[in-house]
Design a protein around this ligand. Sequence first.
Ligand code: PEP
Ligand code: MN
Length: 355
Amino acid sequence: MEIKLQPLNLPGVETKRPLIIAGPCSAETEEQVMTTATALAQRGIKVFRAGIWKPRTKPGGFEGVGAEGLPWLQRVKRELGMLVSTEVATPRHVEAALGADVDLLWIGARTVANPFAMQELADALRGADVPVLVKNPVNPDIELWIGGLERIHGAGIGRLGVIHRGFSSYDKRIYRNLPMWHIPIELRRRIPGLPIICDPSHIGGRRELIAPLCQQAMDLGFEGLIVESHCTPDCAWSDAAQQVTPDVLDFILDKLVVRDAALTTESISQLRQQIDECDNALIELLARRMRISREIGQYKKEHNMTVVQTSRYNEILDKRSAQGVLCGMSESFMKTVFEAIHEESIHQQFDIYSK
Ligand code: PEP
Ligand code: MN
């Protein structure tokens, strides 16, 4: 299904990169919302975020203040002139948020992982003129992410964007959610022009990672950042470890180097031409290797030998990895490449065996 995008078109917000959305993980009290939003507005932030309904992993945590917090967002709009945004997870949330004139909605990672929930949200959004940001699903499934976008788009929402918030994993040594940057990059290739907003707070899970993640998102040419910011982060009722004060956010944004996503120069074109030539040579070499592989397959078949001989496979993996390391590549990269080549080789030989 083709997705026809319209610009997000946020009134009063400059279209130049990066679009910044900031605010607390959750709206907790009217005072916390107003204090945080005032400090952000003073630092030039135009779009405020605050979760009103919070999906929590386990029961018993703070699940958001609910509709009671919507008038606080209306105060932020009225008194500070900011646009406001919140997460919607059910049709009831959509109805309440639209009724309170929330300017921008986002759909959370757990919701996007559920096609039934996405379809219900899409049905509830039909006919609304509101920009919607679809977070990546918790699992690294690009088709599910695109499917969610298609459902929302199918309900007539053209002002669409995505939030890259990283992917759940058992290993939380560095990141709370693995960035797996290649997934949003592939999404942009599949849906050109789709605005990608990076959420360093949920990727990082801790304050120290916010600045480097923001910079990486800019280095990749993403359109914006959604950052959790709280007037007193250590006292936050949810996601305390990853929130930064408006002052720290201001400092991070000030240091950010925003690189040009469209710029190309003569020198880079020449270097890219050299890359193209290398890739062509690689493909030809791989094809030659596969032809030899097929010949070996023919020989093995005639001599009643098995397709894989583990000792030979181990020897290739070890030798090639060591050679690659000497040439400045990582061992894990070399293993990945040669495992893939070997797998294709086996397919080619299976083909010979089946004839
Ligand atoms: C959030 O943005 O506060 C949130 C709950 O995010 P996610 O859906 O990415 O976990
Ligand atoms: Mn949060």
